[in-house]
Design a binder for this molecule. Structure first.
Ligand SMILES: Nc1ncnc2c1ncn2[C@@H]1O[C@H](COP(=O)(O)OP(=O)(O)OP(=O)(O)O)[C@@H](O)[C@H]1O
Length: 273
């Protein structure tokens, strides 16, 4: 488990697992969907252990950036390195191997609703297992104990055998986070993870992700529309507007007004009507 990995302190004072090489390094990356340029020559270097909030209006390119890092879309130009690997240069097997090191947390949780919290968390270990598993009992005792520990860490020890589709939204998102712990992810990409949650659950989930990232040293890139929460949990804010990074700064040096201005300057589709 991750605590067994060596922890180092990087230049930003955050604890990282894999030394000082950036967890993510993007240089001059342009992504297009047909004729539409969605990311326009962006640069980003994220230190291991950093918690980066991605903010910006709808359609700015935040999800596309996460998909670029995940290897789901390719850059038309520029370079991308994720945990030292270029996803676009990977064959299917190498991409799969990279994805076992990268956890994804979605707005809609991405859990199997009819399965228990425990089994969903155990599925985080599938990338490192050779054979498929069916049911909690098909995982070894050590894995089951790890999964139980991770559920305890996200405060769901008592709900471990409850079907996920009977859990609240906040609880389901905590199961999804526990699954990334089980995966031992070095990098967690969270795409609007609290967009479906009420305000107090949103704070609880993000605080938990922040605490676990600090404890275990994994890096987080998290897109958010809640400016106050972005400022509360992140080490660094990257504001995206029309495919460019218009703010990229330490959170401590960023004000709510500066971020809100990014949203205010946005021209939505209706502006042309
Ligand atoms: N698969 C696709 N094919 C074509 N265009 C796409 C595709 N995915 C996204 N786009 C377009 O790329 C642009 C950026 O979308 P993206 O989802 O990255 O924005 P976002 O900042 O994450 O928005 P939101 O905050 O609403 O999730 C939008 O104009 C969108 O319509």
């Amino acid at each position: 488990m991750s605590t067994a990995l060596s922890m180092e302190t990087n230049v930003n004072g955050t604890a990282g697992r894999s030394g000082t090489a950036p967890a993510v390094r993007i240089a001059g990356a342009t992504v297009r969907y047909g004729a539409n340029t969605v990311l326009d020559g962006v640069d980003l270097a994220v230190d291991p252990g950093q918690f980066v909030a991605l903010v910006g209006p709808s359609g700015a390119g935040k999800s596309t950036l996460l998909r670029l890092i995940n290897g789901s879309v390719r850059a038309a130009s520029g370079t991308v390195s994720v945990l030292g690997t270029d996803p676009a240069a990977c064959g299917a097997r190498a991409l799969q191997a990279l994805r076992t090191r990268v956890g994804f947390v979605f707005q809609q949780f991405g859990l199997v609703g009819r399965l228990s919290a425990m089994e969903n968390v155990l599925m985080g270990s599938l990338g490192s297992l050779r054979l498929p598993r069916y049911g909690v009992a098909s995982y070894g005792k050590a894995l089951r104990e790890q999964a139980a520990t991770h559920l305890d860490r996200v405060g769901l020890g008592e709900q471990r055998f409850q079907r996920c589709d009977t859990l609240s939204g906040g609880q389901q998102q905590r199961v999804a986070i526990a699954r990334t712990l089980m995966q031992n992810a070095e990098l967690v990409l969270a795409d609007e993870p609290v967009a479906s949650l009420d305000p107090s659950s949103s704070v609880a989930v993000l605080d938990m992700l922040k605490r676990l990232s600090a404890e275990d040293g994994f890096t987080v890139l998290c897109s958010l529309h809640q400016v106050d929460l972005a400022l509360q949990v992140s080490d660094r804010v990257v504001a995206v507007r029309e495919g460019s990074f218009v703010i990229d700064r330490a959170t401590a040096e960023t004000s709510e007004e500066q971020i809100r201005a990014v949203y205010a300057q946005h021209r939505g589709p209706s502006d042309d009507d």
